[in-house]
Design a protein around this ligand. Structure first.
Ligand SMILES: [Zn+2]
Length: 541
């Protein structure tokens, strides 16, 4: 007796989850048009999460030096639990770049508010896992926002700079109460020009008082390690001077903040990612130790895209380090982007410098306050404006650069898999062949890894070929139906870690062993065991 087989078997269908019905009202910020400190960021995260639990998941990925949570949001269609293509935005490695936190918050709001309204955003959220780390440096965020220390770039690990047994006890202060901590730029008159160029500074000192009464001013500042110099790649070339703004730390990943990011990144695969910064307008691509971009042709193409997307004049020469003779070196020793590229396989980790106001560093903004026979001293009050806009224009900045965030999602490689045929076996142990069309939806990034066919447990059944950007390839994977096949069908997953996976159900004839033969087999076995036992018993002495 044979198992009944339909003429239509085998069959294969894509198992797709529909978009989630839009049931929630638009989510607004609790604190709009103002800087958020870390507690307020946490409040916003909680509000977004409770407003849209269907799309938003929250994970604490670690703690800062002072024990504040470093939190990651995941925005995705949670009904589709198969691994999807993954993309990342991480904000605020650097304290005074608090505007990046604001942009990350508005990015998340754009996603949850655009879902079910904007077709492209809905597709991105259905097919991607979008990770957003609101701040990697919450300790410094609080000092910048609540204490007004707009010089603080590094993390808050204490350090006894002056060796007096105290930590961070002689920081800068706003002595004259004008809302700015001034930098005093000193120019020694050993040059031919009457007035030196603004950047020909010999040394600087800062507004403050001698807090510890040792005759020195601001010699034990708050802040120690530049988190964006604390990654292992090219770390050896980093700055070893604890007093500079770019001190690399005692070892790669010496800091709890970078450790948190490392542990998070080790569990994900990103084709493209943003690390948000401010202080310049640029999209920095990672480069090797000779300042050569890792993926020159790809990065040139993307830099051109950004020139179209971002406001005119935004993507200055820093975005094109190889194009101009007066290039700005883009390699960062111990930087995030170089580590993401070399160690985590992220093809395009962009250090996205999304705001500056260079006018605050022009001559007029730095008036000469001393001009004697030996020195000129300029007073610069512009550190705040250099890195951050006035609060009332935060949303204007977001509207200017939002296209770059949509671009991140558009570029993330997803593949539309369509099966156009299936032939072969219907019972256990038999081989089936599938005709599979693979269309990469990203215009610039392919699947990178070969596309695989996996069983539900992740065991590879067949390996195909990588799909290039904007490419459609047809292949014919085949695999053997398992021995434990039953009539409910056989689930397979197609994709790779960069593109995520799509689930298919192969409908077959069910189990491969005839039930009648199974009964006969059991009967024979029982009979044989009985005979063996009888023989054994008879041979006992
Ligand atoms: Zn920065």
């Amino acid at each position: 007796m044979a198992t009944e087989i339909s003429d239509e078997l085998p069959n294969i269908v894509k198992v797709t989850m529909p978009s989630i019905p839009r049931t929630w009202d638009p989510v607004s910020l609790l604190y709009d048009n103002q800087w958020h400190d870390s507690a307020e960021v946490d409040e916003e995260i909680e509000n977004i999460h409770t407003s849209v639990p269907e799309l938003v998941d929250v994970e604490v990925i670690g703690q800062s030096y002072q024990g504040k949570n470093i939190t990651c949001l995941r925005i995705t269609n949670e009904q589709n639990t198969v691994q999807k293509a993954q993309t990342l935005v991480v904000a605020q490695h650097h304290g005074r770049e608090q505007v990046t936190v604001e942009m990350a918050l508005r990015f998340v709001l754009r996603l949850v508010n655009g879902y079910g309204v904007n077709a492209a955003l809905t597709e991105y959220i259905d097919t991607q896992e979008i990770y957003v780390i609101m701040t990697l440096n919450p300790d410094a965020l609080d000092v910048v926002v609540n204490d007004g220390n707009h010089w603080l770039r590094k993390n808050l690990r204490p350090y006894d700079n002056d060796g007096d047994g105290l930590f961070g006890e002689d920081d800068v202060e706003d002595v004259d109460g004008d809302g700015h901590i001034s930098e005093f730029d000193v120019y020694i008159k050993d040059y031919p020009e009457e007035v030196p160029a603004i950047y020909d500074i010999d040394y600087a000192y800062y507004e403050g008082i001698d807090n510890d009464g040792d005759g020195l001013f601001n010699e034990d500042e708050v802040g120690l390690v530049d988190l964006n110099r604390n990654y292992p790649t090219f770390w050896d070339g980093g700055d070893t001077d604890v007093t500079t703004q770019v001190y690399r730390g005692t070892a790669p990943f010496s800091e709890p903040e970078t450790q948190a990011f490392r542990d998070f990144a080790l569990n994900h695969t990103f084709a493209m990612a943003y690390s948000l910064h401010s202080g310049i307008n640029a999209t920095y691509f990672p480069a090797d130790e000779s300042d050569n971009w890792f993926e020159p042709s790809l990065y040139y193409g993307m830099a051109a895209d950004y020139s179209d997307i971002l406001p005119s004049g935004f993507n200055n020469i820093a975005g094109y380090p190889q194009v101009f003779d007066d290039r700005i070196i883009s390699t960062t020793y111990g930087g995030w982007g170089e580590w993401m590229y070399t160690e985590r396989g992220c093809t395009v980790p962009i250090t996205f410098e999304l705001y500056t106001n260079a006018s605050v560093h022009e001559d007029a903004a730095s008036p000469i306050i001393v001009n004697n026979s030996t020195h000129i001293i300029r007073e610069w009050k512009g550190i705040y404006g250099y890195f951050a806009p006035v609060e009332s224009t935060i949303n204007d900045l977001w509207n200017d650069i939002v296209g770059a965030f949509d671009y991140l999602l558009e570029m993330t490689p997803r593949v539309n898999f369509v099966t156009t045929g299936i032939t072969g076996g219907v019972t256990a142990g038999q081989v089936v062949d599938i005709t599979l069309s693979m269309e990469c939806l990203s215009p610039r990034l392919g699947s990178k890894d070969a596309i695989s066919v996996l069983d539900e447990n992740g065991v590879e059944l067949d390996s195909l070929i990588a799909v290039g950007a904007a490419q459609t390839i047809v292949r014919s994977p085949s695999f053997t139906l398992p021995e434990d096949l039953d009539s409910s069908g056989y689930v397979i997953l197609i994709g790779c870690n960069y593109t995520g996976y799509t689930k298919f159900l192969v409908t077959t004839g069910g189990i491969g062993i005839d039930p009648l033969l199974l009964v006969v087999g059991i009967g024979l076995t029982v009979t044989l065991v009985a005979i063996v036992v009888v023989i054994y018993m008879k041979r006992r002495p």
